[in-house]
Design a protein around this ligand. Structure first.
Ligand code: ZN
Length: 96
């Protein structure tokens, strides 16, 4: 025999309230009013969490991409500055 809790989910045919019943204690664990709501609150919670995570990933990727672009721009600026310096040096040293 398993000691795992066996919970039944029942939807009242009259008011569409979802009722969770623990078969071991024959007691209502919780009930949730829902007017013909097809999804359980857990499904909604998971979906919300999924959307939240997706948003977070996208934000993170956007930030990483922005950081990459910033670094690339700084690198280009630095290289350009070096090139300008070299040109100046050449100008200074052109005494032929
Ligand atoms: Zn009812």
């Amino acid at each position: 025999m398993s000691n795992e809790p066996n919970v039944f989910e029942i939807v009242c045919p009259h008011c569409h309230t979802t009722i969770w019943v623990d078969s071991a204690t024959e007691s209502v664990i919780r009930s949730e009013k829902g007017a013909a709501k097809p999804k359980s609150s857990l499904d909604e919670l998971l979906e919300k969490e999924h959307v939240r995570r997706q948003g977070f990933d996208q934000k993170f990727e956007a930030t990483a991409e922005l950081e990459k672009q910033k670094r690339q721009k700084a690198k280009e600026k630095f290289e350009k500055a070096l090139a300008d310096k070299d040109l100046l040096k050449k100008d200074d040293g052109s005494g032929d």
